[in-house]
Design a protein around this ligand. Structure first.
Ligand code: NAD
Ligand code: GDD
Length: 321
């Protein structure tokens, strides 16, 4: 039985990935600062470790064949636009330590969770944006410290693969959403934030939207995300790959789809000031299709339905984070 370590296993994508890998028959060690907030631990072993510490990284990666490196100090625009120093410091330490500890332990494969936030701001200035190809990353100009650190850690993976007997995989996630993801507290991303706001609004009520709502994104459902992570890890492709959908919508459209799945079609939008990030972003999946013969297929409506239902249930049953 192959043994794997998932860092960030107390977080949204990490805990879903643990469940997925257990179902595939892997022995799984989860590592995080915290246990999953909304569900039980599925891992064979779960260790509470701070990967900013070198000794913790050595403990986390011992005795495993593969590492899925998902741990990060992260969140939506509300968080990453206001915590640059903390994010750059913490995530650099986490990634420097985790990959070198994995090398020392002779880990065979190492998957790094990068982000669409690495793409240059100058390619994301209009709402009707050209979808981002992997080769668009350079000349580099990510908008935030979060994106610069991700780009740095991508390079770290590539150099480790060049100079050490360890294979690396680099996945650039595009805004991932689904049940059991953060929906309040300041780190939530737009899909969960809008589900929360719609769930708390009365029929015919109004919800606040940051900006004019014309800014665009594509969103990837969690089931597609974990399937894609696994397929990329199994592949022999070491260069960065987008993992997202190319179903681009405006944030106002996203709010309307949420209102529809909630059965509250007459909800109005109130535009307020807030951090907006890039003006437009979409994924070009050509390379993903070429490499894997696969891409995410869950439509926004199909993915938002279970996401909304889970968030609404949490809010109405009084189970708060
Ligand atoms: P998340 O915040 O739910 O999970 C990240 C986990 O890392 C958290 O549980 C956190 O406690 C843990 N962590 C933070 N600092 C740590 C430390 N010092 N030691 C150990 N664990 C630590 O986020 P997520 O959405 O599950 O994201 C997983 C990965 O994917 C992250 O690397 C993130 O940057 C990347 N990513 C996510 C998205 C998205 O839309 N969710 C988009 C792009 C990239
Ligand atoms: N979070 C949030 N909350 N965003 C809102 C809200 C709200 O209530 N209302 C409108 N928005 C708008 C934001 O202003 C932004 O323009 C857009 O929705 C998307 O915001 P987020 O979902 O917070 O982030 P993002 O798509 O800009 O970036 C996220 O995805 C990246 C990968 O694609 C972040 O989570 C990054 O950390 C991640 O790497």
């Amino acid at each position: 039985m192959e043994r794997v370590c998932v860092t960030g296993a107390g977080g949204f994508i990490g805990h879903h990935l643990v469940t997925f890998l257990k179902a595939k028959g892997y022995w799984v060690r989860g590592v995080d600062l915290k246990y999953p907030e909304y569900t039980n631990v599925d891992a064979d072993e779960f260790e509470l470790l701070d990967l900013r510490r070198w000794d913790a990284a050595l403990q986390a990666t011992r005795g495993v064949d593969h590492v899925y490196a998902l741990a990060a100090d992260m969140g939506g625009m509300g968080y990453i636009s206001t915590h640059h120093a903390e994010i750059l410091h913490s995530n650099s330490l986490i990634n420097l330590h985790t990959i070198d500890a994995a090398r020392i332990h002779g880990v065979q494969r190492y998957l790094y969770s990068s982000s669409a936030c690495i793409y240059p701001e100058y390619r994301q200035t209009v709402t009707d944006v050209v979808p981002l190809k992997e080769s668009d990353a350079y000349p580099a100009q990510p908008q935030d410290a979060y994106g610069w650190e991700k780009l740095f850690s991508e390079l770290l993976c590539s150099y480790y693969a060049d100079e050490h007997p360890m294979q690396t995989r680099i996945v650039r996630f595009h805004n991932v959403y689904g049940p059991y993801g953060t929906y309040d507290g300041g780190r939530e991303k737009a899909p969960a934030a809008l589900c929360r706001k719609v769930a708390l609004a009365g029929d015919g009520g109004r919800i606040e939207i940051w900006g004019d709502g014309a800014q665009t994104r594509s969103f990837c459902y969690i089931d597609d995300c974990v399937e894609g992570i696994y397929r990329i890890m199994q592949s022999d492709f070491a260069e960065p790959l987008n993992l997202g959908t190319d179903e681009m919508v405006s944030i106002a459209e996203l709010a309307h789809v949420v209102a529809e799945v909630a059965g509250k079609r007459d909800i109005g939008l109130e535009h307020v000031a807030g951090p907006q990030g890039v003006r437009g972003r979409n994924s070009d999946n050509s390379l993903l299709r070429e490499v894997l013969g696969w891409e995410p297929t869950t439509s926004l409506r199909d993915g938002l339905s279970p996401t909304y239902q889970w968030i609404e249930k949490r809010l109405t049953s009084g189970e708060r984070t």
